[in-house]
Design a protein around this ligand. Structure first.
Ligand SMILES: C[S@@+](CC[C@H](N)C(=O)[O-])C[C@H]1O[C@@H](n2cnc3c(N)ncnc32)[C@H](O)[C@@H]1O
Ligand code: SF4
Length: 388
């Protein structure tokens, strides 16, 4: 266990909603409040994509989706909620998909964000279609938002052969070129890397790549067997083994490496090592966290989009009403019972997997046993899966 630290000193530069520059990002809050510190709306306006990754959790890659008017209205509604409850720049508008760089109305979205000047912008992309024109537009928005743009690029290996196991041959260099271009423009880049049984040995090399590319953060995501990726041949690795490998890097890492691993379980455990507080549950179902899919259905997050966990539909109700219903319609169904601290480091979405195998359940027990801290119930809540 790492040496004690003052509570709340995670490897992130920003946790206060009023701070503009966000070097790293950890989705967190006090469990008592059941509302994210920094609000976060994730929008998949379409599932259309230029790739067909083997692990992809989406149900399809249908290009149909929300019209530009719906998206612009949604941004305005979200801006009003964020400003009222968290202040200007206290919330994120996060474009995801499918592949956001395929959106025909991307320019309109970026322009409206620049006009509003109230929301931070995040985008998760495979980076393949990211040319200089795109980079220039992101750069302009980043200047207007005073550094409030974070681009997350998904790369699943430190070289083309490993990345190709999920993402197909020849895509590594294209994604890396995009990352370099975005960094040259001075825009913050995070990397997403999905850990599966075919890239476990690559974690250390991937951290080295992230440093070389000057990424601010690496999100190692656990592979979730669902959607098109349900049968992915490499399968889900033992989460305890994944944790131990990342933790070894974290423990011998310098400040830069620890900052790169902001929001990882190691970072969270380090934060808790003061002995005062402990994790209470994941943030699934909390106020301030929304995931909206192409047909307009709003869920809490991409891992909690199971049937029965809908908070509403933007074609039928105002976003404020959907947001107000989140605790009642979602949280109440997925919350961790007060007296049950056994799986407080688990993603509620993974726990809800309808076809959760005995293998998965066994995994949870093993990692919870390992992680459980002796702190009292002054809990914080985090996103443990980080699949945003
Ligand atoms: C669905 S993609 C959409 C954005 C973009 N197309 C991309 O690949 O970054 C968003 C993120 O989810 C990750 N992802 C997809 N399927 C997953 C799965 N089965 N388990 C965990 N993460 C997954 C992707 O690797 C990516 O980082
Ligand atoms: S993970 Fe992203 S890039 Fe890959 S198929 Fe899914 S949406 Fe497309």
């Amino acid at each position: 266990m790492s040496s004690p630290v003052e509570c709340g000193t995670m490897a992130q530069v920003v946790s206060s909603p009023s701070t503009r520059v966000m070097e790293t990002y950890v989705m967190k809050c006090s469990s008592e409040k059941r509302a994210l510190d920094t609000y976060h709306l994730i929008l998949a306006p379409s599932f259309g994509c230029n790739l067909r990754c083997k692990h992809c959790y989406l149900p399809d890659h249908d290009a149909a989706g929300l019209a530009v008017e719906d998206v612009l209205r949604l941004m305005e509604e979200w801006s009003e909620i964020v400003v009222a409850e968290r202040g200007p720049m206290g919330g994120i508008f996060h474009l995801k998909g499918g592949e956001p760089l395929m959106l025909s109305y991307m320019d309109d979205v970026l322009e409206r964000l620049a006009e509003l000047k109230t929301l931070r912008f995040m985008m998760t992309t495979n980076g393949i279609l990211g040319d200089w024109d795109v980079i220039e537009r992101l750069d302009r928005l980043n200047v207007v938002l005073d550094g409030g743009v974070q681009i997350i690029v998904s790369i699943d290996g430190s070289n083309d052969a490993i990345n190709a196991k999920l993402r197909g041959t020849g895509n590594f260099e294209k994604a890396v070129a995009f990352v370099r271009g975005v960094r040259e423009a001075g825009v913050t880049v995070f990397l997403n890397n999905v850990i599966h049984r075919g890239n476990l040995d690559d974690i250390e090399a991937f951290v080295a790549l992230a440093l070389e590319l000057d990424a601010a953060q690496v999100n190692f995501l656990s592979f979730v067997p669902k959607g098109q990726g349900e049968e992915m041949c490499f399968g889900r690795p033992n989460p305890l083994e994944v944790f131990e490998r990342i933790d070894a890097i974290w423990k011998r890492g310098d400040e830069r490496i620890r900052s790169l691993l902001a929001g990882s379980l190691s970072d969270i455990l380090h934060n808790e090592s003061c002995g005062i507080c402990t994790s209470r549950e994941c943030v699934g179902g909390y106020r301030g966290l929304l995931y909206i899919v192409p047909d307009g259905t709003a869920y809490s997050c991409p891992n909690l989009n199971h049937a029965g966990l809908e908070a509403g539909n933007i074609h039928e109700r105002a976003l404020a009403a959907i947001h107000d219903a989140m605790l009642r319609k979602v949280y109440a169904k997925v919350r961790t019972p007060e007296d049950d601290m056994r799986d407080r480091y688990s993603c509620k979405g993974e726990k809800q997997l309808p076809n959760s195998s005995e293998f998965l359940k066994g995994d949870f027990v093993a990692i919870q046993k390992f992680l459980s801290q002796s702190g009292n119930d002054q809990g914080s809540s985090y996103c443990f899966n980080r699949n945003w």
